[in-house]
Design a binder for this molecule. Structure first.
Ligand SMILES: [Zn+2]
Length: 405
């Protein structure tokens, strides 16, 4: 199956400059093509990829700077735009602004990409126009390269390969009839129905303090000044560390859960929306995260979403089924007798059932996770496992041109 592998690039100064340039060209092509699509729509007509790609080829004769970037890469930009317009609508697809868009571009032809291992720590890939680029060999490639995406996150450049690893999703999980419920919370990132707490601090106390001071400095700095730029870079470095820790945690936890369980049940939280509203800011330190509490929450919400993506990905390899259940009452219901009342919580952390003759006592998050598991088992027993709920769907790919978080 198709799977993404991301590596930290060690670009030369020239290569980094070229990548920056490719990114600028892709941004210009995206924005121009988007404006054209909107103009057509305003006049009551439309255009799509095919004529736009032809016009791009024409435009190269007039604007030689366009030829600096590989033409495949620019065609991919137009294809991405087509997909964005189809998914979100021509007038809702976003502009790529210099300040907000992190450069990212894709080389679509795996047969034009050569990857070699150089030693224990380094590998290199030959990419059209860029030539050989070195990258940290932080994990095995394990498959044939289908495409490569180069992207910048903060000050660091990455290459993501989409590889075909020839694996197939098992028909049946290695441990059938195993199931777990996962409660994603604020106090602990994830608590499972077997009573395990999965957590690690994503941001250290000192880092959060420093981040807050940098935010204040940013608010006082002048737009476009060198100081402002420096502050943004410093904030980005902190967030890079947070992102790395979160990615590690999610991948590890997801693998553990998927390996040991044929069914993983999650609450159906709108994590994507939560992430957007709480943290539109995290990857864009130029914007303002109001409070430290807001910051922590934003980091957590992102972790919840990431964990879900990581589970979906891990489940493809283990044959684990994933079910999402309605989050209503999972924290107020007694997992032993089923009674739902408001007063069941002795404290934030402790659940005590008020029903006569029950008196079930549990950690509040574990109790919730047990309810989530029970709800998931009920759903899967009804045979409602198919279609959109199933895990055998698209790869969670980091090579789709979206910036990974
Ligand atoms: Zn009870």
């Amino acid at each position: 199956m198709l799977s993404g592998r991301r590596y930290l690039l060690g670009l030369t100064a020239d290569q980094a400059e070229m990548c920056e340039e490719f990114g600028n060209i892709c941004r210009a092509v995206w924005n121009t093509a988007l404006e054209q699509r909107r103009e057509y729509r305003r006049r009551g007509t439309w255009t799509n990829y095919v004529p736009q790609a032809a016009e791009l080829a024409e435009a190269k004769k007039e604007h030689p700077w366009l030829t600096t970037a590989p033409s495949h890469v620019l065609q991919q930009t137009l294809r991405d735009l087509e997909r964005a317009c189809r998914e979100h609508g021509t007038f809702k697809a976003r502009w790529r602004s210099k300040a907000r868009w992190s450069p990212s571009f894709r080389f679509p032809s795996g047969n034009l990409i050569t990857v070699e291992r150089l030693g224990r720590k380094w590998g290199r890939a030959k990419l059209p126009k860029l030539g050989w680029v070195r990258f940290r060999w932080s994990r095995p490639l394990d498959g044939a390269v289908r495409s490569a995406t180069v992207s910048r996150k903060g000050g660091r450049w990455f290459v993501s390969f989409l590889v075909d690893d020839q694996a197939v999703t098992p028909e049946q999980h290695a441990m059938p009839a195993t199931a777990v419920g996962v409660d994603r919370g604020i106090a602990t990132a994830a608590v499972t129905s077997d009573g395990t707490f999965h957590d690690r601090p994503f941001i250290r106390h000192g880092e959060a303090e420093r981040y807050r001071r940098l935010q204040q400095r940013l608010a006082r700095s002048k737009k476009g000044s060198a100081n402002r730029h420096k502050t943004i870079r410093a904030m980005g470095r902190i967030m890079n560390r947070v992102t790395d820790r979160r990615a590690d945690f999610c991948a590890y936890t997801a693998n553990r859960l998927a390996t040991r369980n044929a069914l993983v049940v999650l609450e159906d939280l709108k994590t994507r929306n939560m992430t957007a509203s709480a943290s539109g800011t995290l990857d864009q330190p130029g914007q303002y995260v109001a409070q430290k509490r807001g910051l922590n929450r934003a980091i957590l919400y992102k972790g919840w979403h990431r964990l879900e993506l990581a589970l979906t990905n891990a489940a493809r390899y283990t044959g684990t089924a994933m079910v999402k259940v309605n989050p209503a009452y999972t924290s107020q219901r007694c997992s032993a007798c089923g009674l739902v009342t408001e007063g069941n919580r002795e404290s934030q952390a402790v659940f005590v059932c008020k029903a006569a003759g029950c008196g079930h006592r549990d950690h509040a998050d574990v109790n919730a996770a047990k309810n989530i598991k029970a709800a998931g088992l009920a759903v899967s027993a009804c045979g409602d496992l198919g279609g959109g709920r199933s895990v055998k769907q698209e790869p969670v790919s980091r090579a789709t041109g979206r910036t990974p978080s």
